[in-house]
Design a protein around this ligand. Structure first.
Ligand SMILES: Cc1cc2nc3c(=O)[nH]c(=O)nc-3n(C[C@H](O)[C@H](O)[C@H](O)COP(=O)(O)OP(=O)(O)OC[C@H]3O[C@@H](n4cnc5c(N)ncnc54)[C@H](O)[C@@H]3O)c2cc1C
Length: 392
């Protein structure tokens, strides 16, 4: 959606195909990072964006056992918004779609599920989609695969995937929120359990982290035992775990960490999770997807407008974004293997590891994870002309 917005704003005709009828999906994160907010500022959208309901997270807090610990402090970042804006991603996407519609070149087609690519003479020249009205064929100078971690586009393009391994999955569930609950979204770590709780106003969006493949075992033990797991790690929700009536209230989100060796072929480019599926660790995948879109639009807008996109341009996009992706994924895999897997395998009460004790003793150090999570490596800036004034 961001890529579509940026290109249309620069005067390139765009059609965004989205398989769902709306953006009300729960499978995405809610984090809009300081660097994404900086992009919104560069686009002149920030004030309007911040009018939408959101919560400002200035510090990332976790609990190890019962001990609270601040892991990252964003308040010192020298950006327009030194905080993470927590906003359900459907609000973010609706906002971008609304802003995009102000440009004549921007088009979105909902309920259009891409099923295949149109290939002629070895080049991708369009995509085929399924819609409620029947099959749709779209021809384009460039097809951009931005269809997430189970990307059809990259699969149909035959691009080679390198799997980096994810030893975890996430069980996604909601519990109501009461006035006297804690205010802050936080991750809770205890022996054998990790629960991430995101404050969405009147309810908690919860992510219960499990070892990959453990879902059958958890189901076998029964819902009551699962409710007890949740109550043990977050005792203040014990009075409402009965809201989980059946396993239908608990969704399995599979975690994938992988990367394409080549993100492009003639007529086609993949960005975001389609090029490099991100782990939820650090909550940075949305930011990377947005940064890819900005970099790709900066490089491609002029050649697209002039109908002269070549493999060199597509290669430039991968060159620009591969390094930040590699470093971020390496860090995610490190945390998955060295921290999360060990916590999940542990049976004894957790004590604060030395690194977290150091962060507590020297708060200045909290600025390092804040920079890594909030800004990331090689942040992108919008360098695009506005081709046509927006329609009101
Ligand atoms: C459990 C979990 C929690 C996470 N939490 C966070 C977090 O808090 N913060 C964070 O930054 N990252 C988080 N991530 C990572 C983040 O979700 C992704 O990195 C990010 O959403 C990637 O954005 P994207 O636009 O590339 O793909 P997506 O957000 O997956 O968007 C892909 C879009 O393409 C559509 N689509 C898919 N297939 C087709 C098709 N064939 N035709 C048409 N449309 C199609 C989908 O409906 C969707 O709208 C989490 C990941 C997981 C697994």
């Amino acid at each position: 959606m961001m890529m579509g917005y940026l290109l249309a704003r620069a005067g390139v005709d765009v059609l965004v195909l989205e398989k769902h009828a709306d953006f009300l999906r729960d499978f995405r994160g809610d984090t809009v990072h300081p660097s994404t907010l900086e992009v919104m500022c560069e686009l002149g959208l920030l004030d309007e964006f911040l009018k939408r309901p959101h919560q400002k997270v200035r510090q990332l807090t976790g609990y190890v056992g019962r001990e609270p610990i601040t892991v990252a402090d964003f308040s010192h970042l020298s950006l327009h918004c030194p905080f993470i804006a927590l906003m359900p991603q459907w609000d973010f996407l609706n906002f971008l779609a609304e802003q995009g519609r102000r440009y004549p070149a921007f088009n979105v087609r909902m309920q259009a599920q891409v099923t295949d690519l149109i290939v002629e003479g070895g080049s991708v020249v369009g995509a085929r989609a399924q819609t409620p009205e029947g099959p749709l064929e779209v021809r384009a100078d460039l097809v951009i695969g931005a269809d997430g971690r189970h990307s059809t586009v990259r699969e149909r393009a035959g691009l080679k995937v390198q799997n980096l391994g994810a030893p975890i999955d996430v069980l996604w569930l909601r519990l109501s929120r009461r006035a006297d609950d804690p205010e802050q979204s936080a991750g809770r770590f205890d022996a054998g359990r990790i629960l991430v709780m995101i404050n969405r106003g009147d309810y908690w969006q919860c992510g219960f982290v499990i070892p990959k493949g453990a879902i059958d075992d958890i189901r076998r033990k029964g819902l009551e035992s699962f409710r007890e797991e949740i109550s043990t790690i977050a005792p203040f929700v014990r009075d409402r775990v009965d809201e989980l009536h059946s396993w239908d209230d608990v969704k399995l989100l599979t975690v994938v960490v992988d990367r394409l060796r080549r993100w492009y072929r003639p007529g086609l480019l993949c960005i975001g999770d389609s090029a490099h599926a991100m782990s939820p660790v650090g909550g940075v995948g949305i930011n990377l997807a947005i940064q890819d879109a900005v970099a790709a639009a900066n490089i491609l807008a002029d050649p697209l407008r002039e109908g002269r996109v070549t493999m060199t341009h597509l290669r430039q996009v991968q060159r620009r974004r591969e390094f930040p992706t590699r470093v971020t994924q390496r860090l995610q895999v490190f945390v998955q293997d060295r921290v999360i897997s060990r916590v999940l395998a542990g049976r004894r009460q957790l004590s604060l590891p030395w690194l977290l004790r150091l962060l507590r003793r020297v708060p200045l150090l909290q600025r390092i994870p804040a920079r890594l999570v909030g800004v990331g490596i090689r942040p992108e800036h919008v360098r695009l002309p506005v081709a046509r004034p927006p329609t009101s």
